[in-house]
Design a protein around this ligand. Sequence first.
Ligand code: KG4
Ligand code: ZN
Length: 414
Amino acid sequence: MLILNKTAGVFSKPSRRKPYEFLRSFNFYPGKLFLHKLVLGIETSCDDTAAAVVDETGNVLGEAIHSQTEVHLKTGGIVPPVAQQLHRENIQRIVQEALSASKVSPSELSAIATTVKPGLALSLGVGLSFSLQLVHQLKKPFIPIHHMEAHALTIRLLNKVEFPFLVLLISGGHCLLALVRGVSDFLLLGKSLDIAPGDMLDKVARRLSLIKHPECSTMSGGKAIEHLAKQGNKLHFDIKPPMQRAKNCDFSFSGLQHVIDKIIMQKEKEEGIQKGQILSSAAHIAAAVQHTIACHIAKRTHRAILFCKQRHLLSQSNAVLVVSGGVASNLYIRKALEIVTNATQCTLLCPPPRLCTDNGIMIAWNGIERLRAGVGVLHNTEGIRYEPKCPLGVDISEEVGEAAIKVPRLKMEI
Ligand code: KG4
Ligand code: ZN
């Protein structure tokens, strides 16, 4: 088990001398009375330093975020010590900005909620260490948050979604299908056996050098693929979706990535161009990879819906599928999922893009959900650790595979 490295020194020098001087700079509003629970949420599990104050009714009172995307785009991926340093440099300012915007004085907070699992060890450590000092200074309860649980519950801040519902989380770092039965009650139906779909799209985009493409230079890999795919023919290459024989809800993307790599190499030869130059067939490749991913994700999700209905884990006529994560903003993939939900009489819900990606609001809201349910609210933080690896809920993916549900073929006319 990884243990929080207390000697790592998570604050930069000036802030170490006076870690929470900023708290004194708040204007308190003595006449103001908050009837609702108020939670400060702090997120540092990957490459975003984010904080927000949310009340019990789902009002976002204040929010701030510092994204490291630009820095990591230049290095072609996240370098953990760089991410850690950037979290250290920004966490105090971001928390201060979220609190200031909320006009809530720290003393009025009901609790502080912070992502402690899963994620990059060095990044999680910064958020946890900062939060624990804040918790001790303010004498507030602490709510450790599972990052995926927070993604899954975000929809309830916006819509009246009752438990149970199905959630599909697809991003650069996540890929899972789970049944959400309660605030802290999840059944894991399937997950990626290798990399996440966003990671794969980022790798393909990098291999295609889309950053040099005039229309895509500022876009993430996934967004660049979606953009270029509109100009390409998805059937130009004959690519089979992964894991067609495995009748479970697991995913795989690295085999597909290798297939695409081979196609790119072949095309470079044919077109007589060097690695690093843009292929004339880049749009066809983008369209084919996006279509293949969409079909793979749709099929696994379809099977998960059928499994849950068969076992009476979801309502027969009123089931809800929530899709979130950076890749959920891809409209082609959403349409593929819409075909599945239409065929299975489910309702498809997606949070808006800014709540699909990592943010402080989802952490604060998860804190509210846990406060209301009375689960995981700590008054003593002794022994609290971060956990870089932590599965979500009870893993029943083997049972799902054993059920071997055959999924009816759907026409993916998107
Ligand atoms: O949720 P997110 O911001 O960060 C984590 O990975 O946790 O997701 C970022 C991922 C990146 O891999 C990015 O390429 C992908 O989401 N992405 C997209 C789109 N926009 C972002 N993938 C497909 N289509 C998009 N429009
Ligand atoms: Zn995330």
